[in-house]
Design a binder for this molecule. Structure first.
Ligand code: GDP
Length: 536
């Protein structure tokens, strides 16, 4: 018997690369009430995490028993936490990162989107693109995150389907490819037509996860519902085939094209198609940019970045949980990691791995997964952990606040302490702090009001600093920069009372309103006003 040498051009498949390839880490972006919670429940049902379905909203209840979770969260019965839900379906591992959306909307919602490889955009069929969806989409676009669209609530009166697609294309500058097409509308919605293979999946009985699309001739659909206008349906489907762009994987992966699915999360209809689309088209963990090089997910050495910090409100237990996304390799419980910012080594003795059911202690996690790392304040947002290499991941930017407030101390003697505390809170990413150049008291900026409540509670609990927030004359903040340093200095000098320093000492222009901002921009040639600041 002779030796045979097998040569291959492909990178060798390893256990690690197989684990990476079967992961899909994603988030749902939507406007409140579009159906994110309902869809989340149904997705988890597919993954077999049935005991959680119906409970996603009852977070307050579930967590009452967890003494280590935030007090505010317990009181309000909402989640301050960007929770991570992991479920398996057909051999794939899905990590769904929750994006806080209602009262708990915050900068964490934006930051979470820096830790995913794709996003599902849920749109209410009666409403189309709404403000919050648009904003979250813009954050996704910063990193060209591929978007899969789910048009929800098709069981109710909806807007014209072509109009909805047109709106996505025009307002988001995103091409659309309908993968399914609704048959009938509102009360007469009977299911969806599969644009690729021509089958019809029926709402009644066909919506379950095993319900395959049936090959029903369009002309036969009238038998199912006499109200359907078969001529119109035929014309519509002709138009879909002729006028809509075919699906192109590359365009989707680059963030230029979105496949569109129609359904009803409430009726668990279309959710299976969506999940199948995620599995088939959404990318597995992507290579991540660092200051030194691109880091491939299947590289054997572990690397991760922190995108969220959850602080414990209990004054006796000031521990924190840092949520880290693994960018490469495999994390084992007990391994040591280098915190690149400080150069120090830290043991990862009890990382928490997130299963749909609960938090639990992890033994191992792979690139694309999210782990919770308990610490006492050593980890910050944007921190990189590696197995020794001195690289730093880029990609957890700061976002311009939507609410700006002045902090008022009830005890003026504690001004110095407040300054230190605010510095700490802004380094942790609780709020952004802006120090006006003219020496006026500090301003804090947030994207959601809950962040102010968290700041107030933490200043009180951790620093014994009772504070109030006052409406300030400013409502908008933009980072300013210019290639010509002198020009920037001249701008700052002539707008001194409207310029502040952020936590890193970078200049920020504060404006009373959009009109004033626009007015100033027009007259400040060469100055760039940005609503995002990338981490250096
Ligand atoms: P979220 O705010 O985006 O998390 O939205 P929810 O999932 O809480 O849904 C908001 C409301 O819309 C709830 O009353 C849901 O029952 C309802 N809803 C969600 N999906 C559907 C759907 O497909 N059809 C109908 N008719 N109602 C839905």
């Amino acid at each position: 018997m002779s030796d045979t040498t097998v040569t291959t051009e492909q990178p060798a498949r390893t256990a690690l690369s197989d684990e990476v390839a079967r992961r899909r880490t994603f988030a749902i972006i939507s406007h409140p009430d579009a159906g994110k919670t309902t869809l989340t429940e149904k997705l988890l049902l597919f993954g077999g995490a049935i005991n959680l379905a119906g409970q996603v909203k009852a977070k307050g209840e579930r967590r009452n028993t967890r003494s280590d979770w935030m007090k505010i969260e317990r009181e309000r019965g909402i989640s301050v936490v960007t929770s991570v839900m992991t479920f398996e379906f057909e051999g794939l591992v899905f990590n769904l990162l929750d994006t806080p959306g209602h009262e708990d909307f915050s900068e964490d919602t934006y930051r979470t989107l820096t830790a995913v490889d794709s996003a599902v955009m849920v749109i209410d069929a009666a409403k189309g693109i709404e403000a919050r969806t648009r904003k979250l989409f813009e954050v996704c676009r910063l990193r060209d995150i591929p978007i899969i669209t789910f048009i929800n609530k098709m069981d109710r009166e909806s807007r014209d389907t072509f109009d909805l697609l047109d709106e996505i294309e025009k307002t988001l500058a995103l091409d659309t490819t309908p993968m399914t097409w609704p048959v009938g509308r509102g009360r007469d919605f009977i299911g969806t037509y599969d644009v690729r293979d021509g089958g019809v999946r029926l709402l009644e009985g066909g919506g379950a996860k095993t319900g395959a699309a049936q090959q029903i001739a369009i002309s036969e659909l009238g038998k199912l519902n006499a109200n359907l206008d078969i001529g119109q349906i035929t014309d519509e489907l002709e138009l879909v085939k002729e006028a809509c762009k075919p699906f192109e994987l590359d365009a989707f992966r680059e963030g230029h094209l979105t496949p569109v699915y129609f359904g009803s999360a409430l009726r668990n209809f279309g959710v299976g198609d969506l999940l199948e689309g995620l599995g088939r088209y959404a990318p597995s963990p992507r290579a991540q940019e660092s200051n030194l090089r691109k880091v491939d997910a299947a590289e054997p050495r572990m690397s991760a970045f922190v995108f969220k910090i959850q602080a414990n409100m209990d004054p006796n237990h000031r521990d924190r949980i840092a949520f880290a996304r693994l960018c490469s390799g495999k994390l084992n419980r007990g391994m040591k990691a280098k915190l690149v910012r400080t150069g120090k080594t830290m043991p990862l003795s009890s990382p928490q791995f997130f299963f749909a059911q609960d938090r639990s202690v992890a033994d191992e996690a792979f690139a694309g997964d999210v782990v919770g790392i308990p610490n006492h304040g050593s980890l910050r947002i944007g921190d990189t952990l590696t197995e020794g290499e001195d690289l730093t991941f880029v990609g957890v930017p700061s976002f311009a606040p939507e609410i700006v407030r002045r902090v008022r101390l009830t005890d003026a003697m504690k001004a110095k302490k407040l300054k230190e505390a605010l510095q700490q809170m802004s380094e942790e990413g609780v709020v952004q702090v802006f120090r006006p150049r003219d020496g006026a008291p500090a301003l804090v900026g947030v994207v959601g009001p809950l962040q102010l409540d968290v700041l107030k509670a933490r200043l009180d609990a951790e620093y014994s600093l009772p504070v109030e927030f006052e409406v300030s004359e400013f409502s908008l903040a933009r980072w300013i920069s210019c290639d010509d340093k002198k020009k920037l200095e001249a701008f700052i000098a002539s707008n001194n009372s409207g310029v502040a320093d952020d936590v890193d000492g970078d200049p920020v222009f504060l404006a009373k309103n959009e009109f004033y901002l626009g007015y100033t921009k027009e007259r400040a040639e060469g100055i760039v006003f940005s609503n995002v600041k990338d981490v250096k």
